[in-house]
Write a protein that binds this ligand. Structure first.
Ligand SMILES: [Zn+2]
Length: 82
């Protein structure tokens, strides 16, 4: 089983987007999800659902801070993404 950090890295590499909507965790697009990824998402789902940003209390999908409050900023954000 992957650690949480490994899972997040693999999801990002695979192009999988996680969302939390009304307490339900969804991952997609389905075409990017393998059985291994699905199994590991299940393992870490509770953490990703319950984690809240230490600064503003927004859902943080398992991290200590949400994207807006991340003291390190978004990874490799060079403004290229629209
Ligand atoms: Zn926050």
């Amino acid at each position: 089983m992957l650690t949480f950090a490994e899972l997040r890295f693999m999801l990002e590499s695979a192009g999988v987007i996680l969302r939390l909507h009304k307490g339900r965790l969804t991952a997609g697009p389905a075409s990017c999800l393998t059985d291994e990824l699905r199994a590991n998402i299940r393992e870490h789902r509770e953490r990703m659902i319950t984690a809240r940003c230490e600064r503003c209390g927004a859902p943080s999908l398992g991290f200590d801070f949400c994207d807006d409050c991340d003291p390190f900023g978004p990874p490799e954000d060079d403004g290229a993404r629209a």
